[in-house]
Structure formats: structure tokens, C-alpha cells
Ligand binder design. Sequence first.
Ligand code: UGA
Length: 436
Amino acid sequence: MGYVGLCTAATFASRDIRTIGIDIDQARVEQIRRGKAPLHEPQLDSMLKNAVRKKLLDATSDISVASQTDATFLTVGTPSQSDGSINLSYIKNAAEDLGNVLREKRGYHLVVVKSTVVPGTTNGIVKRFLEQSSHKTIGSKLGLCANPEFLKEGTAISDALHPDRIVIGSNDKKSAGELAKLYRRFYGAKLPPVILTSPEAAELVKYASNAFLATKVSFINTIANIAEQIPGVDVGTIAEAIGLDPRIGPLFLKAGPGYGGSCFHKDLQALINYSQNKNYDPILFRATEEANEQQASRVVGMAEKLLGSLSSKRVAVLGLAFKKDTDDIREAASIRVINQLNKKGARVIAYDPMAIPNTKKQLLDMIDYAENAHSALKGSDCAIIMTEWDQFRQLAAKDFQAYMNNTNIVDARRILDPKHYAHLNYVAIGMGPSKA
Ligand code: UGA
């Protein structure tokens, strides 16, 4: 019942499909049973409340209930290990435990791997442990599919209700047919294109999708860094113009401080590690990651250039979340920037509308926290905008002037209109110096 499991369960239940969420964390289970989402995601809370009230969604820590259902989705985490490879122990345990409870089941049961796993996992470790513990083989009584998800934090519910495509990987027609049937029931006339393929290909689709998106972000950040050297050039114009070419497309061309979140870095590292183990070095993806890592140093470099030295300077960091409308700071660029500011002797005060509790857990009292944007700006020598929260867009030049000690502004998300900041020390990612 993590992020993917919970959003998937809630949306199934919203379409009148009776769903049971299983998790080993008892407190989480109790919270879900009360109809309360244990994580922040727009629309999830109300959807969950409704589903629980209508008895379409229940939660338990007792995995044996899985045998009373027709299908089980494995949505456990696959975190990174120190060498970048993914930790498959949760998915292995889940497959084994599920197999144990399916041993006595008479009817057909479909097992669906939704977790992000490297190619070969469904047909390898999952199949092996499921078959061993259930004493059954994949076929007439037991089905197995790989079915990656493409949910984005912040829009996960709408992504689940209106996906661009459904990818089903299986080795047998029956299991693919059963899963396609479930999705036909779910989406009715609005069924998106369904790609039927092997489990390995389905698993690779997920990595290819995230690797492409991450590379698109590193690509536009690279163009942004070039644009910064050219008077009168703004990367926004370049993105708009190239985005009109349908072969390129307008989305994911927002230059910024580098991508964050629990997926891109983890998945690229896993793909690089997987590929290197197959004796192929995917240099493009290593460059995507390296460009992303360097982007944080560029943000710090911009502040340093404005201030001369960062030592003992008070720097207000506006935004901690890896993107707006979430409290998630996993792999957030803000943390990379704060760590570097700290090393350079700056005194950091940060504000975020949602992500302060999570940041406190990670950074403890390494930095100060403000209760709103204005108090973060108060007495500061430089402001760095790290997350594109709507409330930061509302800030006017006079807010910075009224509160800051020195009006140095680094707009790492490009959310302010440079026209209104020409009289301040305003710089933005991807914006070349103004023409003299
Ligand atoms: C990403 C994918 O977009 C989902 O399709 C996928 O299912 C998910 O990972 C996953 O693997 O579970 P997510 O991590 O929620 O979703 O966030 P994105 O909206 O993709 O943003 C990732 C990062 O890229 C953010 O830090 C965002 O600010 C940054 N970004 C995105 C840019 O800097 N520029 C852009 O133009 C777009």
C-alpha cells in the first residue's frame, strides 16, 4: 500500500471493482481502513473515503485474504542499492508469501507485477518463488503478467483514470487475456491502446519511458546552460520553438535545477547497472545523470556569482519538494543545492508549503525553516527559487525588496517574469544576459 498500490487500489474501487489493500504496516492499514490516505496525493483522500464507505475498498495485513480474490497486483518498492542496482528482496518475499496462500486455492488466480523491476524479474525471481511456494506452475490455474505503471506524483489519480497506454507482458495468452478483460471492465469505451508483449519487454518499457523523460530534462538543461552564455537568448523560446516540431513535442522541456523524485535517478541507475552487467555501457544515460547532478552546482554557482562569496551569507531557499503539489523531497534538487550552500558556509533558511516536515527528518537542524516565503526572505542576501509552487509565482518584485537585505534572486524554476525584475539582481536558469 505504498504510493502505486494505494492509488491503483483506490481507482479500481472507484470503478466498482472490489479491492483489498495488503500491507505489513499495521498503522498504515488502520489509517486506510478509516478512509484516510497515509500520503499526500490530490483526489486520493476523497476517493479513498468514498471507496471505504461503499465497502469497495478494505485493507489488511493478513495476506491470506488474497486467496479469496481473482487477481493480486504486486506493488512493493524496489529501492536502489549502493551500486545502483535494485533491491528485489521485497518483490521476492511478496511473491513467496502470495504463493503460500495460493497453494490451497482451487480457481484461477492472476498475479500482476506492477512494481518497477529490471527485465527478467517477472519471469525469473517472481515466477520461481511463486511457483515454488504455491506448488503450481504458471498456466491453467496460475497466471503471471508484468504490467508497469506510469503514474506521476501529483496527478497519479487522473493518470490512473486516463492512461495513455496499457502495457501487458506475459508468456501465456490466458493471463494476458484475463488482465486485458479487467482493464476493459475498468475503462469501458475509454480503453487506451493495449500493448501485448513479453514480460521482459513490458519491464523495459518502464525504464525506457523514464530514461527518455529524464534525458529530455537533461537535454533542455544543457541547452539552457548554453543559452545563458548568449546575450538576449532565453531557453523558454528555444523550448517553445523546438516543441512545435511533433517529432520533439512541447512537454518535459522546462529547464530547471535538475530532476528529482523517487523514480528517475533510481531507475536510470538501475538501467545503467543492468546494462553494464550485460556488458553494454549506456553512455547516454550516464551523461543524463551527470548533467542532472551538475545542474545543482550551476544553481549554487549563480548565487555565488551574484554574491561574490557565499560564506556567512543568508540564503533563502524557496521550495524543497522535488516538484510542486507534493511533500516529497526524495532526490530533490533542493537538497543537493542546500548541501552545497552549506559546504560553502552559507546560512540557509528554507520555506516550502508542504515539504518542511520531510526535510526536517532528513536535514535535521542543518538549516533554519521559515513559516512563510516572506519570513524566509527577511534579512536574506539571496533568494533561490527551487520549486515551482504557485504561491511563489504570486511574489512581486516589491516583496523581495521589502524583506531582503540584498535583492539577489536566482530563479532556478524560471517562474518569475524577468521583465518585472530588471531593476533587481535577478538571474534565471537558461536566461542569457540582457543585451546592453
Ligand atoms: C515520473 C514519470 O513522469 C512517471 O511517468 C513515472 O510513472 C514515475 O516517474 C515513476 O516511475 O513512478 P514523477 O517522478 O512523479 O513521475 O515526476 P515527474 O513529473 O516526471 O517529474 C520528475 C522531475 O523532473 C521533477 O523534479 C520535475 O520538476 C522535473 N522536470 C519535469 C523538469 O525539470 N522539467 C520538465 O520539463 C519536467
